[in-house]
Structure formats: structure tokens, C-alpha cells
Design a protein around this ligand. Structure first.
Ligand code: HEC
Ligand code: HEC
Length: 201
């Protein structure tokens, strides 16, 4: 899909969701249990390759849910899972996870690798979009405290142009970055909490 049509779609999606009466929206009773089976209780994932959803910006979650529902972002293990889920329920799901707190980040920390990852991320100016705190905003995801394996997996997908239906800004951001560097960046971001220093020492 071309960039422009993706952008147009975001605009349309935003307009449609803004009109949804979110206060009245309901999440189907069995839905959260299904999501929790992979994304963990209250959106804190304990499974390899599966992202935590807790404390992500609401708009990011809304957009991704619509893209996944429409089959634009192709996730094999979620195929068909959002069929028939209304925009109102998508908004309610996004709000639910955006309001959840992130579980504690891993406490093991190799100071050298952490500092290296922080310097790389700073040098590559990831914070311009993801914010210097890496908490994300609007359609841009929080990276701080995300699972390390998922951060690495998604960046490798962007780098290898396998991120079907995802924002092409990211492919440009990680173009030519070595796997070792992506590993260091993932190590750093996964161990960042909102109260951690946001810059490498
Ligand atoms: C069978 C496992 C499974 C189930 C059940 C599941 N997901 Fe997922 N989900 C995944 C995987 C795996 C990914 C990441 C795929 C990738 O990027 O390679 C994902 C990605 C996502 C993303 C994008 C997150 C990001 O940071 O990019 C959202 C949002 C999401 N899922 C929401 C949900 C919701 C809401 C439900 C319940 C309706 C759900 N998922 C059920 C496996 C699952
Ligand atoms: C021009 C803005 C921009 C810059 C610069 C940028 N990103 Fe992103 N990033 C995004 C957007 C937008 C998304 C959401 C992609 C989508 O919608 O599929 C994203 C997604 C991601 C994801 C996937 C997270 C998830 O939960 O699915 C990772 C990991 C990531 N970025 C890491 C980085 C790193 C590391 C850097 C610096 C090398 C960086 N980004 C620079 C805009 C940016």
C-alpha cells in the first residue's frame, strides 16, 4: 500500500473514532480474556514476541487495532480475531489498555550495554518522534519498558522491509543499522521506566 493512502486512512479512522460515543462503548465480555491469553493480564505480556499493550498511547492502539482488523497490518496469530469488532469497541479496548500501568521493567542491567544503547538511540534521534522519554504520543508507540525481544523483532522487521502495513518512517529510521546495534537499543529501551534517566550517562 502506498504511504499516501495509509495516511488518508489514518485521517478517516481518526474521524470515525472521534465520533464514536466512547463512554457508551462496551467491551464484549469474553474479549479481554482472549487478549490476555497472549498480551497478559492487563496488557503486560510475559510471552516472547508478544508486545505489552499497557500504557500505550490510546491513539496508537486504536490505529493498530483498526489496521489489524482490516488486515492491513498482517499478524498471523491475530487473523480474524477482530472481525466484526465495532469502532466503538475498538475505542473502548484502546482506552482500557492505555489506562493500565506498565509492570516493572527488568532489573538486571549491564551498565555498559545500557549506556551504549542509550547513546545509539540518542544519536539516531529516535526521541524526535517517540519523545525523549520514549513514552510515545498519539499515533507513536511507547518504547520505554516494552519487551526487549519484541523491540528487537519489530525493528528487524522494519529494517528488512517485512513490516507489512506499518509506518514507513520506521524503515527509514533503522536503515543500515546493524543487528548488534538494534540489540543494544532494545536492551536500553526495555529497561527504561518513566523515572529512569532518559539519556545515557
Ligand atoms: C494468539 C496470540 C494473540 C492474541 C490472542 C491477541 N494478540 Fe495482539 N498481537 C499478537 C502478536 C504476536 C502481536 C505482534 C505481532 C508482530 O508485530 O509481529 C500482536 C500485536 C498487537 C497489537 C499491536 C501492538 C504493538 O505494539 O505494535 C495490538 C494493539 C494488539 N495486538 C491487540 C490485541 C487485542 C486487543 C487482542 C484481543 C482482542 C489481541 N491483541 C489478541 C498476538 C495476539
Ligand atoms: C519520524 C518519526 C519516527 C522516528 C524518527 C522513529 N520512529 Fe519508531 N515509530 C514511529 C511510528 C509512527 C511508529 C508506529 C508504526 C506503525 O504505525 O506501524 C513507530 C514504531 C516503532 C517501533 C514498534 C513498536 C511497537 O510497539 O510496535 C519500534 C520498536 C520503534 N519505532 C523504534 C524506533 C527507534 C529505535 C528509533 C530510532 C532509531 C525510531 N523508532 C525512530 C515513528 C518514528
Amino acid at each position: 500500500m502506498q504511504m499516501l493512502s495509509v495516511v488518508r486512512m489514518f485521517v478517516l479512522v481518526g474521524a470515525a473514532l472521534a465520533a464514536a460515543p466512547s463512554a457508551m462503548a462496551q467491551i464484549a465480555p469474553q474479549r479481554l480474556a482472549l487478549c490476555a491469553g497472549c498480551h497478559g493480564a492487563e496488557g503486560n505480556s510475559t510471552l516472547k514476541g508478544i508486545p505489552s499493550l499497557a500504557a500505550q498511547p490510546k491513539l496508537f492502539l486504536e490505529n493498530q487495532l483498526v489496521l489489524i482488523r482490516e488486515g492491513v497490518r498482517d499478524i498471523a496469530s491475530m487473523k480474524g480475531m477482530l472481525d466484526g469488532v465495532t469502532d466503538a469497541e475498538v475505542t473502548a479496548l484502546a482506552q482500557y489498555y492505555a489506562d493500565k500501568s506498565l509492570a516493572a521493567v527488568p532489573t538486571d542491567r549491564d551498565a555498559e550495554v545500557f549506556a551504549r544503547g542509550g547513546k545509539l538511540a540518542e544519536g539516531m534521534r529516535c526521541g524526535i518522534c517517540h519523545l525523549p522519554t520514549y513514552l510515545g504520543r498519539e499515533q507513536i508507540p511507547r518504547l520505554a519498558g516494552q519487551r526487549e525481544d519484541y523491540l528487537l523483532h519489530s525493528m528487524q522487521q522494519f529494517k528488512n522491509n517485512q513490516a507489512v502495513g506499518r509506518d514507513s518512517n520506521m524503515a527509514a529510521s533503522v536503515y543500515g543499522v546493524s543487528d548488534q546495534e538494534l540489540q543494544d537499543i532494545s536492551y536500553y529501551l526495555a529497561r527504561l521506566t518513566p523515572t529512569s534517566p532518559t539519556r545515557a550517562p
